[in-house]
Design a protein around this ligand. Structure first.
Ligand SMILES: Cc1cc2nc3c(=O)[nH]c(=O)nc-3n(C[C@H](O)[C@H](O)[C@H](O)COP(=O)(O)O)c2cc1C
Length: 397
């Protein structure tokens, strides 16, 4: 009788690599993201602020973005890239309102794509928070006698804190803003981007229109929920007109202005009354949920869920503090949501995705500290990841 050595048999069996939700590829439309660790948009304030190269990506942008692709991010979203000169946050922001700007970005996009990372662009207009100095130069409104400053526009002549008071946008301004987003998307497509993210968060122009704290208009772009969401929806429709059906569109939203939302665990709070008061005064998580569902009908594929930035508020910042807002969108709508904000640990990120709290996570500052975070996370979680490491670095893995 033949005796089989069971130990031998067992050793021959290939070991199954541990399964990770974080490193599971994701397909939206025809784009497959190799993993769900994504790089959040981060302004670098490093483009020329005047002259012929204004808003053109510099060597710094290339180093900044490409090194995170070497580190294995599944998607890289450029910093807030202005759709018009007056839409810049600072004079040294990236822009995409001319061909020279698009051509410079195209070179970076090609490098990112060659490394297996999906290239995305955040299309932005800063509205009343435009014409400011870089953070390390104070971050405030540029004085009107500074030759690099410009007049800002907003939904209403209501300033953000001590910033300059904007001019209320006219109907012609609004038509131009929508056109600028459309043209910017066309240029982004030509540059090779595969994801267009519309910046509707952090108190910039589209968020300013959403929130009653900054939008006091009495025309069709203000007033009730339908009026305040109109501009964002028109921008989404304009971008979708030119962005191919095979490629995803994301919207970044600030889920709340953080004006003291009622505590859902407090049975004594008069939640309905308080919610109505808040909705009349600010942008809230309930309105974000309602808007997210509407955006599914306008061809948006994912809401990148951030918070704050439109009014001064006290924000309970801590690990995963914005995840509950992404979870609400995931649970209460058919819109996929990504989570961002103080996600720094591999196990934390893995749990967020594996529990379905978010479809993907975006990291910002942690990727500034460690461009190789995705590769480190995969090693810590014991999973093989894609994109594969560049062959030049294979001996280290
Ligand atoms: C240097 C820096 C620049 C940023 N610029 C942008 C930006 O251009 N667009 C945007 O939507 N958010 C921007 N943010 C916010 C980040 O995308 C992110 O939402 C925030 O930093 C929270 O994530 P974190 O805790 O991982 O840093 C920026 C953050 C930093 C630190």
């Amino acid at each position: 009788m033949e005796i089989t050595d069971v130990t031998d048999v067992d050793t021959d069996k290939p070991e199954e690599p541990p399964v990770s939700a974080l490193f599971e590829p994701l397909t939206l439309r025809n784009v497959t993201f190799p993993n769900r660790v994504w790089m959040a948009p981060m302004c670098q304030y490093s483009a020329d602020d005047s002259g012929e190269h204004v808003g053109v990506a510099a060597d710094w942008h290339r180093t900044h973005l490409v090194s995170r692709a070497v580190g294995g991010a599944g998607l890289i979203i450029t910093e807030a890239t202005a759709v018009s000169p007056e839409g810049r946050i600072s004079p040294s922001d990236l822009g995409i309102w001319n061909d020279a700007q698009a051509d410079a970005l195209a070179k970076i996009v090609a490098e990112i794509s060659a490394l297996g990372t999906v290239p995305g662009i955040q299309l932005a207009h800063a509205g009343r928070k435009a014409s400011t100095a870089a953070p390390w130069l104070g971050g405030k409104s540029l004085p009107s006698d500074d030759p690099r400053s410009w007049e800002t526009v907003g939904p209403s002549a209501v300033a953000f804190g001590d910033y300059a008071t904007p001019r209320e946008a006219t109907a012609a301004d609004i038509t131009k803003i929508v056109d600028d987003f459309r043209t910017a998307a066309q240029r982004a497509l030509k540059a090779g981007f595969q994801v267009a993210e519309i910046h509707g968060a952090h108190g910039y122009l589209l968020h300013q229109f959403l929130s009653p704290a900054s939008n006091t208009r009495t025309d069709v772009y203000g007033g009730d929920f339908a009026g305040r969401t109109r501009l964002l929806i028109e921008v989404v429709d304009a971008v979708r007109e030119v962005w191919p059906a095979e490629l995803p569109v994301f919207v970044r939203l600030s889920a709340t202005d953080w004006l003291d939302e009622p505590d859902s665990s407090d049975p004594t709070a008069d939640r309905a009354e308080r919610t109505a008061e808040l909705e009349a005064a600010s942008w809230t998580s309930g309105q974000t949920v309602a808007l997210s569902q509407i955006l599914t009908e306008h061809g948006v594929d994912l809401v990148d869920t951030s918070t704050g930035g439109n009014v001064r508020a006290s924000i309970p910042v801590g690990p995963s503090y914005q995840v509950p807002f992404a979870r609400r969108i995931q649970n209460e709508t058919t819109m996929p949501a990504a989570a961002v904000g103080m996600i720094t640990e591999p196990k934390q990120a893995e749990d967020i995705v594996s529990l379905g709290e978010a479809t993907a996570v975006l990291l910002a500052r942690e990727l500034l500290r460690d461009p190789y975070w995705p590769r480190r996370a995969a090693r810590e979680l014991g999973v093989e990841m894609i994109p594969a490491v560049a062959p030049q670095y294979e001996r280290a893995y």
